[in-house]
Design a binder for this molecule. Sequence first.
Ligand code: PYR
Length: 379
Amino acid sequence: MNHGFETLAIHAGQEPDPYTGAVVPPIYAVSTYKQDGVGGLRAGYEYSRSANPTRTALEEALAAVEGGVRGLAFASGLAAEDTLLRAVCKPGDHVVIPNDAYGGTYRLFARVLEEWGVTFDPVPLGDVDAVRAAMRPQTRAIWVETPTNPLLNVADVAALADVAHDAGALLVVDNTFASPYLQQPLGLGADVVVHSTTKYVGGHSDVVGGALVTRSADLGERLAYHQNAMGAVAGPFDAWLTLRGLKTLGIRMDRHCDNAERVADLLLSHPKVVQVLYPGLPEHPGHEVAAKQMRRFGGMVSFRVEGGEEAAVAVCDRARLFTLGESLGGVESLIEHPGRMTHASAAGSPLEVPADLVRLSVGIESIDDLLADLSQALG
Ligand code: PYR
């Protein structure tokens, strides 16, 4: 479909149901499908681990909004990551990862994939020369997050795609923080996009899911084989909720960005804030690259608080409208202390996050209420 983003989000993969005319893909709560004679599948569906019509609708929509050819939906972002890595790596292979990757991604590499024989090196991805220097003959992929979770560092996707491809490796981009509305890594040269669809794509904090989208049909086919073989698929209810969220992604993201810009401004002028991490700020080291590859700068803002860990935890505890909780990307604003919460698994590792760091997922509530809550939480 050659349409704009919002049209694709609402219509791609979502033709009205041919049987009833239902304008929204129904929840196909079904495990198996009647065959008209052995092997006689009516619409290609055989067993819902392999494919389910509600999941297919989501997968086609995700591929369309990312500008890819194949989308695959999983039970969680980490299920998508694990399936991808086991499909493209074998024991003995090596992956370059961000030195500030999401804690769950780090845990997957450090505690699960390393046991399976895949090694990794954490590298500051903003430094393209450092990434090039980290490449080895066994490097199978560069794993990119941009902006990163929770430090909001920015990596140049097009430059890293060249580094990966020169070395015969894949460029994988976790696009969870930006969402496909703000950034489309496949068009910049990435081979695979990864999502925790739990976040902005789902957008309402009511479903956990993950996705992979590929630029090539061949890689898509290989990942689909592993999706079926490993079985960590999205169920039909979860696929339906995620698809419902996707339809409003564009308008939600614009409001997330509007509100995050105002929040970053407030934090910047607050005496108790030591540093504001937001790629939309001109002084952010990744601002220029972000401006080149993103439509806007996103809804995530992190900041460092004067007084260290206890002061940062106190800000989180005092917040009211910003709900204290993990996750991000929902309509409601969230606050958390990454060191003790989402990134606790990186404690003591090279990926340990600063103890005075607070992460905000700025929601789409009335901005004056959000600013008032933050002001009182900062004290
Ligand atoms: C996060 O809050 O960073 C998760 O992905 C759970």
